[in-house]
Design a protein around this ligand. Structure first.
Ligand SMILES: Nc1ncnc2c1ncn2[C@@H]1O[C@H](COP(=O)(O)OP(=O)(O)OP(=O)(O)O)[C@@H](O)[C@H]1O
Length: 578
C-alpha cells in the first residue's frame, strides 16, 4: 500500500484540502514539540542546584555560556533564542511558556480531529456518489456480475473504514514527515552525535513498516473478501429462508454460515495478530534507538562534554523523533481495511465504460424503424455466444413477439436495444444511424422496459408507477394501472421491499403500468403476462394494442404470441412471419 493513494487525492477534493491543512498543523506541532522540549530542559535544569554553590541556589536561566559548575553548555541555549527573550523571566516564564505550548498542542489536536472528520465524511460521500454513478453507467448486466451485496458492503461498512485513515493515519503520516526533521535539526545544533544516532536508526522504522505493510495488505484483502462473502451468504440465506425451510435445508445452512463466519474470524484474528506483532517490533526498535541516544548523551554529560540543559533537551526530544513514525505504523493497521475498500472503489471506477457517442438527436422511433444486423453478444467469462448473428427489423407501431427455447438470448436482445451489453459483432440502427453514436441516457428515453424481475422499490403502488413519469396525476396513474390489468389495486397500497407485499402477477402488472405511463415510443417487455390469469392477460393485450406503440415482447404464452403482428424466433436464424 502506498502511504497516500494519489487516486484518492485526484478524485476527492476534500482529501486534498485535508492534506494541505494537515501539513500546516504538522509543521506547527513540530515547532511546539521543539519549544516544549527546550522549555522543559530549561525548567528542569533550572531546578537543579549548581554544583559549586550547594546553597540551594537554583540554576535559573542559563543565560551564560557556562553552566552547571563550569560544564560548557554546547552554546545552544546559551545566548540564543531562550537566553535572550523567551525565558528572560526565569522559571515563571518557563511555566507560562509551557502552559501556552500545552494549550497550543491541544488546540492543534482538536483542529486536526475536526478537519479529519469533515474530510472523511466529504471523501466518503464523494466516492459513494462516484461509484453509484459509474455502476449505473456500467449497467445492470455489469451489476449482475458484480455481486450486489459485495457492492452494498463496500459502499457502507467498507468505506466507513476510511474514517481511521483520515482521522488517524494521514495526520500521523504528515507528523512523521514534519516532526522528526524539525526535531533532528534542532538536536543537531546541540549535540551532533545524538542527532547522528537518530538519523542512522530512524530509517529502520519505515523499513520494518514497509515489510510489515506487504504482509498486512494481503491479509486485509483476504479479510475484505471474507466479509463480502459473509454478507452475500447472509443476504442469500435470509431471502431464501422460506424455500430453504420448505425443502428442510434451513438447518443445513447453520453449518454453511458457521463455515463462512469462521473464515471471517480467522482472517480477522490473523490481521490482529499481525497488528500486535508489528506494534511490538516497532516499539522495541524505537526503545533501543532511544536507549542508544541516552547512553551516548549520559557518557558525554559525565565526561563534561555536554551541558546538563542541552543533555536534557536532547533526551526529551529523542523519543519525539521516533514517536510519529511508530504511531504511523500502528495507525496503518487501523486504516488498512479502509484503504483496501478504497482500492476496490478505484477498481470499479477504473472499469472502462462502453464507448458511446454523445449525439442527442436520436431519431423518433414513432416514425423511424429500428434494425439489428448480425448482432453477436458474448457475456464476459462465457465461451459460447448468448446471441449469434441475430437480425431484426422493427417497424414503427408493430407488435413483435420474440420466442424460442429458454436461454437462447431473448432477454439479451432487449439488453442490446437498451445498450446494456457490448456487441462483439453487428450493429443496431435507428433511422439510418448506428445506436452507439447516441448519448445513452437520451437513447434510452425511446424505450420503456419491463424486465423479467419487475424491480419494484419501497413505497406505494402510485410511487412505483410514477417512476415512469414523475409528474403524472392520480388519474393518469389509475388509467395506466387499468390498461395494465391492475385497475383493482389501490394507489396508496404499500408494495414492500422489492414488491414483496404484492403477488407475482400484481408486481408484473404494476411494472407494466410503469412502462405504459411513459411517453416512450417503444415498449420492451420480458414476458409481460407471466403469472397472470387469462382475463388479466386479455386486458393487458388490449392495453398494449391500444397504446399504439411499437412493442417488442419476449413471449412464451400462446395468447400473447397470437396477439403479436409477427413472431421472431431467437436461437435459429430464421424469421417467422405470423
Ligand atoms: N449477465 C450474464 N452474464 C453471463 N451470462 C449471461 C448473463 N445473462 C444471460 N447470460 C447467458 O446468456 C444466454 C442467453 O440468456 P438470456 O437471458 O438472453 O436468454 P433467454 O432466451 O431470455 O432465456 P429465458 O427464456 O430463460 O429467459 C444464457 O445462456 C445465459 O446463461
Amino acid at each position: 500500500m502506498k502511504p497516500v493513494d494519489p487516486r484518492l487525492l485526484r478524485r476527492a477534493r476534500g482529501a486534498r484540502v485535508f492534506l494541505a491543512a494537515s501539513v500546516l498543523i504538522g509543521i506547527a506541532s513540530g515547532l511546539l514539540i521543539v519549544v516544549q522540549a527546550i522549555l522543559l530542559a530549561r525548567g528542569i535544569a533550572g531546578m537543579v542546584p549548581v554544583a559549586d554553590g550547594g546553597t540551594g541556589v537554583l540554576r535559573g536561566d542559563a543565560g551564560g555560556g557556562e553552566a552547571g559548575g563550569g560544564v560548557p553548555d554546547g552554546g545552544l541555549l546559551g545566548g540564543g533564542l531562550l537566553g535572550g527573550g523567551l525565558l528572560g523571566g526565569g522559571l515563571t516564564a518557563v511555566a507560562l511558556g509551557l502552559g501556552v505550548v500545552v494549550v497550543g498542542r491541544g488546540l492543534l489536536v482538536w483542529g486536526q480531529e475536526v478537519v479529519a472528520q469533515r474530510a472523511a465524511a466529504a471523501v466518503k460521500s464523494t466516492l459513494r456518489r462516484q461509484v453509484l454513478e459509474h455502476s449505473l453507467k456500467l449497467g445492470p448486466v455489469w451489476l449482475s456480475g458484480e455481486r450486489s451485496s459485495a457492492l452494498t458492503t463496500l459502499l457502507t461498512k467498507g468505506l466507513d473504514d476510511l474514517d481511521p485513515y483520515f482521522a488517524r493515519y494521514l495526520p500521523q503520516l504528515v507528523l512523521a514527515a514534519t516532526v522528526p526533521a524539525g526535531v533532528i535539526g534542532w538536536m543537531a545544533t546541540g549535540d551532533l552525535i545524538a542527532a547522528g544516532t537518530v538519523v542512522v536508526t530512524l530509517p529502520l522504522i519505515p523499513i520494518f513498516m514497509a515489510l510489515i505493510g506487504w504482509a498486512t495488505q494481503a491479509h486485509s484483502r483476504r479479510r475484505q473478501h471474507a466479509l463480502s462473502v459473509l454478507a452475500h451468504h447472509f443476504a442469500d440465506v435470509v431471502s431464501g429462508l422460506p424455500t430453504l425451510k420448505l425443502f428442510g435445508r434451513a438447518k443445513a445452512q447453520e453449518s454453511a454460515v458457521r463455515r463462512v463466519t469462521d473464515k471471517h474470524r480467522v482472517a480477522s484474528m490473523s490481521s490482529l495478530r499481525l497488528a500486535f506483532l508489528s506494534s511490538f517490533a516497532l516499539e522495541l526498535l524505537a526503545s533501543i534507538s532511544v536507549a542508544l541516544v541516552a547512553v551516548g548523551v549520559g557518557l558525554r554529560l559525565v565526561d563534561g562534554k555536554l551541558g546538563l540543559e542541552t543533555a536534557l533537551m536532547v533526551l526529551i526530544l529523542a523519543p519525539e523523533a521516533y514517536l510519529p513514525l511508530r504511531q504511523v505504523g500502528m495507525q496503518f493497521h487501523a486504516s488498512a481495511d479502509g484503504v483496501a475498500a478504497s482500492e476496490e472503489v478505484f477498481r470499479i471506477l477504473e472499469t472502462p465504460l462502453p464507448e458511446r457517442g454523445d449525439r442527442t438527436d436520436v431519431p423518433d422511433l414513432r416514425v423511424s424503424p429500428l434494425q439489428l444486423y448480425d448482432v453477436t453478444v458474448r457475456y464476459p467469462g462465457r465461451d459460447e455466444a448468448a446471441l449469434d448473428g441475430f437480425d431484426l427489423d422493427l417497424r414503427p407501431g408493430e407488435v413483435v413477439a420474440l420466442t424460442g427455447p429458454s436461454g437462447t438470448g431473448k432477454s439479451t436482445v432487449l439488453a442490446v436495444l437498451l445498450g446494456f451489453v457490448e456487441l462483439e459483432r453487428g450493429v443496431v440502427v435507428a433511422g439510418g444511424s448506428a445506436a452507439d453514436e447516441f448519448e445513452p441516457t437520451v437513447w434510452r428515453r425511446q424505450f420503456a422496459w419491463v424486465p423479467q424481475r419487475p424491480g419494484l422499490r419501497m413505497g406505494t403502488i402510485a410511487d412505483n408507477v410514477r417512476l415512469g413519469r414523475p409528474d403524472a396525476s392520480d388519474d393518469e396513474v389509475r388509467l395506466a394501472l387499468i390498461a395494465a390489468g391492475a385497475g383493482e389495486l389501490e394507489l396508496d397500497k404499500p408494495v414492500g421491499e422489492q414488491g414483496q407485499l404484492l403477488s407475482g402477477g400484481q408486481q408484473r402488472r404494476v411494472a407494466l403500468a410503469r412502462a405504459l405511463i411513459t411517453d416512450a415510443p417503444v415498449l420492451l417487455l420480458d414476458e409481460p403476462t407471466a403469472g397472470l390469469d387469462p382475463d388479466a392477460e386479455a386486458t393487458v393485450i388490449t392495453g398494449l394494442r391500444a397504446s399504439g406503440r411499437t412493442v417488442l415482447m419476449v413471449a412464451h404464452r400462446p395468447a400473447l404470441i397470437a396477439a403479436a403482428d409477427r413472431t421472431v424466433t431467437v436461437g435459429t436464424r430464421e424469421l417467422v412471419n405470423a
